[in-house]
Design a protein around this ligand. Structure first.
Ligand code: ATP
Ligand code: MG
Length: 268
């Protein structure tokens, strides 16, 4: 698994507004391996930083299209307002494309051509089943249209700060589906043939998911270097591990395939 990249915030960052909740900045950051790069950075609580980093590292190890995560160090003379200097910002290498918000129509003022293009591309997206499984495993309840980007052809996943919300919300249990898995919902509406194809694809990714070393991912996230409550990390690992035991059942049941015998789901 790749280690997380450490970067330094350079002066001249600009606030970025797109109906987002946190203060997000578009910035230039300096990294040792790539030099100066463009990134989106935000000041978020420790547990969200942990989930952003660990989800991105796991997702990238599964070949999901997630921009490179960064821990961004700030100096006193370039510190965003209200940010605790002892902590890194979360950074994410810039993808030069807008979020899906521009393609769905909350206010009804979107070009219908763009909306149609989005519907066609998301339904045919080759990694849709993988992304649905990923969100379900990390219990990411926040895959709204601001949290994936669309380049007119394919998609990029961002903003995993609210993954593993199970840690704070007892209404979501380790062995149950998350309330709102947007990608899985698209798959469940497809015909039986397509759902079987998704099931087959998910089986392959389940094998890869089983090979992810969550302890290693946690170490790579460097959480214990900046966290005030490192015990949260161990709790997260425990929940992730428990969820892996139920994940096949959770996803296949939602796809409409009942467990038959010895963990075999349906015939293919
Ligand atoms: N790596 C990136 N490349 C391009 N755009 C990005 C990137 N990261 C973030 N953005 C843009 O910034 C917006 C806000 O980022 P993000 O979703 O991470 O912040 P947030 O405020 O925590 O979100 P939310 O509104 O879900 O709470 C995104 O919707 C997207 O438009
Ligand atoms: Mg967001």
């Amino acid at each position: 698994m790749e280690p997380i990249t450490i970067a330094e915030l350079l002066p001249g960052y600009e606030p970025y507004h797109e109906e987002n909740v946190n203060s997000v900045y578009k910035a230039q950051v300096h990294t040792d391996d790539q030099g100066e790069i463009s990134a989106f950075v935000k000041s978020i609580p420790d547990q969200e930083l942990l989930m952003e980093c660990i989800s991105a590292l796991i997702g990238r190890a599964l070949n999901l299209p997630i921009p490179k995560p960064l821990l961004v160090i700030v100096k006193p003379d370039s510190c965003p307002p209200g940010h605790d200097l002892r902590k890194p910002l979360f950074g994410c290498e810039e993808i030069q494309h807008p979020s899906v918000r521009r393609f769905v129509c909350p206010d009804g003022d979107i070009n219908p051509h763009f909306h149609q293009l989005f519907i066609e591309k998301i339904s045919a997206w080759k990694q849709l089943a993988d992304a649905a499984l990923f969100d379900e495993q990390i219990a990411n309840c926040d895959r709204n249209s601001g949290n994936y980007l669309f380049d007119g052809r394919t998609f990029h996943l961002i903003d995993h700060g609210l993954a593993m919300y199970i840690l704070f919300n007892e209404a979501i249990t380790t062995d149950s589906p998350i309330p709102d898995n947007s990608f899985l919902q698209i798959l469940t509406q497809q015909d039986e043939m397509s759902r079987k194809r998704s099931q087959k694809q998910i089986k392959t990714l389940l094998t890869q998911l089983g090979c992810i070393n969550i302890n290693q991912a946690y170490d790579c996230s460097l959480f214990e270097k900046y966290a005030d409550t490192p015990e949260l990390g161990q709790k997260m690992i425990e929940i992730y591990r428990k969820r892996i035991e139920y994940i096949t059942d959770i996803v296949f049941t939602q796809l409409g395939f009942k467990q038959e015998n010895n963990n075999e789901y349906g015939a293919w």
